[in-house]
Design a protein around this ligand. Structure first.
Ligand SMILES: [Fe+2]
Ligand SMILES: [Fe+2]
Length: 235
């Protein structure tokens, strides 16, 4: 799936169009389904902007972190929920107990494979998360979109986008033995970000049209110099 969707070769779409398209998809794993996704994106971004006014890259990260959920949309191939949302976790090493619904891994042959079921598995301690295969989802997809389209987002922003559903790491502290020094630095920002991702889902209503110009200017000037090619729709 990563190979197929990593091609990013079928549809051109602007970041803002994508934010609006996200209103059409429902994330079954989201406990707060009664408001449009664009509100969640803007609530996250605006809450960060209030507390970190100078970190404009972090405002943008708030806006775009969930855009990979468009994989659920029919125009993006309509992937099933399990392939897009929910927590993510490493493959090729033991499944940590902190992974949600851990008990079901007993049906996964990897959990009985001696090459995979040790603490390090196929990895070397300290190898860096960049070298670790993480389960596929909206995180990794949006990371690929940002990276392949030459976004100028700093490494911490790409890290946040790529690992914000990796709850075993940033909530439970599992798999830290696989991190390198860069990961340790970036994880500090992910932990800050995560507070806003979760608790922005308060009922602060956002006037979308009022804040739109600010975010459009960030998208155009800083983040995506060329419009992003967002998706590969399988034939
Ligand atoms: Fe997300
Ligand atoms: Fe989110």
């Amino acid at each position: 799936m990563r190979e197929e969707y990593g091609k990013l070769d079928k549809v051109d779409m602007s970041i803002w169009e994508c934010c609006e398209l996200l209103n059409d998809v429902v994330d079954d794993s989201d406990p707060d389904l009664d408001e449009p996704q664009i509100e969640h994106l803007l609530q996250t971004a605006e809450a960060i902007r209030k507390d970190y006014p100078n970190e404009d890259w972090l405002h943008l990260t708030g806006l775009i972190h969930d855009l990979g959920k468009v994989l659920l949309h029919p125009s993006f191939g309509g992937l099933p929920q399990w392939a897009v949302v929910g927590d993510t976790f490493p493959l090729g090493c033991a499944f940590d107990k902190s992974i949600v619904h851990h008990k079901y891994f007993e049906h996964n042959p990897d959990s009985k494979n001696p090459v995979y079921n040790t603490e390090n598995g196929i990895y070397v301690e300290g190898c860096g998360l960049d070298n670790v295969m993480i389960s596929w989802g909206h995180d990794d997809y949006m990371y690929l979109v940002a990276k392949e389209n030459g976004s100028t987002l700093p490494p911490a922003a790409l890290f946040i986008i790529r690992y914000h559903s990796f709850y075993p790491l940033h909530k439970s502290g599992a798999y830290t033995h696989l991190m390198n020094e860069d990961d340790v630095e970036n994880l500090k920002w992910l932990k800050i970000f995560n507070k806003y991702d979760l608790y922005s889902k308060s009922k602060v209503r956002i006037d979308v049209e009022k804040v739109k110009p600010y975010y459009l200017s960030l998208i155009e000037k800083v983040v995506f110099p060329s419009e992003a090619e967002m998706v590969n729709v399988p034939d």
